[in-house]
Design a protein around this ligand. Structure first.
Ligand SMILES: *Cc1c(COP(=O)(O)O)cnc(C)c1O
Length: 346
C-alpha cells in the first residue's frame, strides 16, 4: 500500500518547551522529584511523542489512568517507571501489571485484596483525603491487608489546588497524619497546581500533568511555564463572498461586503468545539482571521481580508494559549488539550 499523504491538520509541539517545563516543575518541587502525568495520550499531545522527551529531561515516574495506555509508554521507558492510577479492576489487570512490571495504584480494599490474592508485589497506594474520588478512606489504612502491601508510593490527590481554598490545608494536614501510618518508600500529594502551593505540599514526588503541556493552573507557575503546542490547519479552498451571501449551516453569517473567505480543514470533530466560536478568530502569525458562521464537523470558514496572500494549501494557526482560550471558551485548559482529535498529525 502507498503511504498516506500528510493530513491537513498538524499538532506541532515544542519538545524544548516541554522539557523546560518539566525541569522548571522539578526545580519548584524543591527536594521532591517531579514525575509526569501522561494519561489520556499525553493530555492529547501523543504519549509516544511526550514520554521520550520527558524521560530525557529526567522524569522517572510516569502516570497513566488506564491499563490500555501502558503499551505506548512502555515503548520508551521501563515498566517500573510507570504507575496506573485506576488500579486493577480484574485479575487480568493484575496479571498484566506483573507481566509488565508496571505498578498498580491501589484505590480500595477490594483492589488491595485482589492485588494480594493474585500474588502481591510492588504497588502504589492512593489514600482519599477529601476529594472522594479514588482512594482508600483514611480509616481503612489500619486494616491488616494494608500492612501486607509492598508500597512504593503512598499518594493522595488535591481537589482544589487551583484555588486558594481552605480545603488545601485540610488535605495537607490529613495526608501528613496518614504518612506515618503506612510503610511506604515515598510520599506524593501534588499535581501541577499543588506544586504552585509551595514546598510544604511537595513531599518526595510531585505529579504534574497540565503544566508540563503549557497549562497554568495557578499564577505562581505563570513565569516558569512556556506554551508547548501549536495546532495548525490548512486552507482547503478560497472563495469570494458577495454582499448578501451567507456562510455555513443555518446561515449564521451574512456578508455585508465582498469578502475573500478561506475554508479551513478543522472542525468540532478535531476538538475545535463550537464553544470556541466565541473567540471569533484563527490566526496567521499576528494577524487575526475572524470565523464566519458556525463551526462544522470538519471545517470552519474564515475571513482572509487581513491576510490577502493566503491561498489553498497554506496553514493557519489555531489559537491555543491555554489560559486565555479557556477563559474565552468556557472550557477548562484540560479539556482544550484532551479534545484534540485523532486527525491531527502529531
Ligand atoms: C491527572 C492527575 C495528576 C496530574 O494533574 P494535573 O492537574 O494535570 O497536574 C496527578 N495525580 C493524579 C492522581 C491525577 O489523576
Amino acid at each position: 500500500m502507498i503511504d498516506l499523504p500528510p493530513p491537513a491538520l498538524r499538532l506541532r509541539f515544542d519538545a524544548q518547551a516541554l522539557a523546560d517545563n518539566w525541569r522548571a516543575l522539578d526545580r519548584i518541587s524543591g527536594r521532591a522529584a517531579a514525575g509526569a502525568a501522561v494519561k489520556a495520550d499525553g493530555y492529547g499531545l501523543g504519549a509516544s511523542g511526550v514520554v521520550p522527551v520527558l524521560a530525557d529531561a529526567g522524569a522517572r515516574t510516569f502516570f497513566v489512568a488506564h491499563w490500555s495506555e501502558v503499551p505506548d509508554v512502555l515503548k520508551h521507558v521501563p515498566g517500573d517507571w510507570v504507575s496506573v492510577l485506576h488500579g486493577p479492576l480484574t485479575a487480568a489487570d493484575a496479571a498484566f501489571a506483573r507481566a509488565t512490571g508496571v505498578r498498580p495504584v491501589l484505590n480500595s480494599l477490594q483492589q488491595v485484596a485482589l492485588w494480594l490474592e493474585t500474588g502481591g508485589g510492588p504497588c502504589d497506594l492512593m489514600v482519599d483525603t477529601g476529594i472522594n474520588r479514588l482512594g482508600l478512606p483514611v480509616g481503612e489504612l489500619g486494616e491488616p491487608q494494608v500492612a501486607r502491601l509492598n508500597v512504593r508510593t503512598l499518594m493522595s490527590h488535591l481537589a482544589s489546588a487551583d484555588e486558594d481554598s481552605a480545603q488545601n490545608a485540610v488535605q495537607l494536614s490529613r495526608f501528613r497524619d496518614v504518612a506515618g501510618a503506612v510503610q511506604a518508600e515515598r510520599l506524593s500529594l501534588s499535581n501541577s497546581a499543588g506544586i504552585g502551593l509551595g514546598e510544604a505540599y511537595a513531599f518526595d514526588l510531585t505529579r504534574p500533568g497540565l503544566a508540563l503541556y503549557g497549562g497554568i493552573p495557578r499564577a505562581e507557575l505563570a513565569e516558569a511555564i512556556r506554551p508547548v503546542i501549536a495546532p495548525q490547519a490548512a486552507i482547503l479552498q478560497v472563495r469570494e463572498l458577495k454582499p448578501g451571501d451567507s456562510v455555513g449551516y443555518n446561515a449564521r453569517f451574512t456578508a455585508d461586503r465582498s469578502i475573500r473567505a478561506g475554508v479551513v480543514s478543522i472542525g468540532y470533530a478535531d476538538g475545535f468545539l463550537r464553544s470556541r466560536a466565541a473567540e471569533l478568530a484563527l490566526r496567521h502569525g499576528d494577524v487575526a482571521l475572524p470565523l464566519l458562521g458556525k463551526i462544522s464537523m470538519d471545517m470552519v470558514v474564515i475571513d482572509l481580508t487581513a491576510a490577502p496572500g493566503l491561498q489553498a494549501g497554506d496553514w493557519v494557526d489555531i489559537p491555543y494559549a491555554l489560559p486565555a482560550a479557556a477563559d474565552a471558551s468556557g472550557l477548562s485548559q484540560y479539556e482544550l488539550l484532551t479534545v484534540l482529535g485523532k486527525r491531527f498529525r502529531r
